[in-house]
Design a protein around this ligand. Structure first.
Ligand code: UDP
Length: 329
């Protein structure tokens, strides 16, 4: 089968591309390399079943051409990471909304199935856990730039479901929760690679706020397996699904666990939110998905515990550091 993946050089996208290639598919990737990198797919770039194009999903003509003949499309290209969202709000809003619109129209034109990647940010300030897909959401004021991301992805979801209802397009929305794994960079604020990097260098680990806020971290291999299962199940379209892991851990406990697993001498330092993100930052105190809907539809259950995926990431980062060190000699 020929499959089109936008954002295929990103962290989640690159793992998905590898999985789809392994399954024997032909994969066309479109990525503008703004946060993604060719390093993420360096090991498969020479694979004749893969074609890579550097470009923007908002370029409709290009997107239509590259995805021609594809039966499945994954739209993962988006502006991601809290840091980026606060730094570049115009780019975030435009890329997220217009990019999805182009993909919806493209999928319709080609008669392809489409997965639109969304995010747990869409739950906004909801504190009732676990988060269920049909729950109401509460957002902050439009004067707080941090909500631009959540609202732009919420519009994507409305638009996707509208295409399904009005045109019968086979589109589904996957709300990705915190996803971690080898190859993820801490450059855009993601907590786990940042803590691992600091721990391996024996540098201070910066916990923002009180450290009592909690997250559920899903292993990227579980997450892409769930996405693949949804895409290949016949009656999953026209719906929204949480994807991730449902076991919570506080950020303080996470810092302590990473110190333990790496045998690091790092100390934990509490940093006020204002210093980390600037004024008016609203952090989410809890973020936990209900996985009932995706499990009910596909039988999906996470296979990786937090410790298993942390060990993989630590080993990957150690190998990378050694390689860097050898090359520098
Ligand atoms: N965080 C932290 N130190 C860091 C980076 C992040 O304490 O160096 C916190 C952040 O404030 C949040 C949690 O870790 O409470 C998860 O942050 P991330 O950006 O990875 O994901 P998200 O906030 O989108 O869930």
């Amino acid at each position: 089968m020929k499959i089109f993946v936008t954002g295929g050089a990103g962290f989640i996208g690159s793992h998905l591309v590898r999985r789809l290639l392994k399954e024997g598919n032909e994969v066309a990737v479109l990525d503008n390399l703004s946060t993604g990198s060719l390093d993420n797919i360096a090991d498969v770039l020479e694979n004749p079943a893969l074609s890579f194009t550097e470009g923007d999903v908002c370029d409709k003509e290009l997107t239509l051409k590259l995805s021609s003949g594809c039966q499945q499309m994954y739209h993962l290209a988006a502006a991601v990471g809290v840091k980026l969202i606060i730094d570049r709000p115009i780019h975030t809003i435009k890329t997220n909304i217009y990019g999805s619109e182009v993909m919806l129209e493209t999928a319709q034109e080609h008669g392809a199935k489409l997965l639109i990647a969304s995010t747990s940010e869409v739950y906004g300030k909801t504190e009732k856990v676990p988060f269920c897909e049909e729950d109401d959401t509460i957002y902050g004021s439009t004067t707080h730039p941090r909500w631009a991301y959540a609202c732009s992805k919420a519009v994507d979801e409305f638009l996707s479901l509208a295409y399904y209802r009005q045109t019968g397009l086979k589109v589904l929305v996957a709300r990705f929760f915190n996803t971690i794994g080898p190859g993820q960079t801490g450059r855009y604020g993601m907590v786990v690679p940042r803590f691992i990097d600091s721990a391996l260098k024996n540098e201070p680990i910066t916990v923002y706020g009180s450290g009592k806020q909690s997250r559920c971290f899903g292993a990227v291999w579980d997450v892409i397996r769930a996405a693949d299962m949804l895409m290949t199940s016949d009656d999953s379209f026209g719906e929204v699904y949480n994807i991730g892991n449902d076991k919570p851990i506080t950020i303080m406990q996470l810092a302590e666990r990473i110190i333990e697993l790496t045998g690091s001498k790092s100390e934990i330092v509490l940093v006020p939110y204002e210093k980390a993100y600037g004024k008016d930052f609203d952090d989410m105190m809890v973020r936990q998905p209900s996985l009932e809907k995706v499990s009910g539809k596909t039988g999906f259950k996470p296979e990786y515990s937090l410790d298993m995926i942390l060990r993989e990431m630590i080993e990957y980062q150690q190998r990378k550091n050694e390689h860097f060190f050898e090359n520098a000699l």
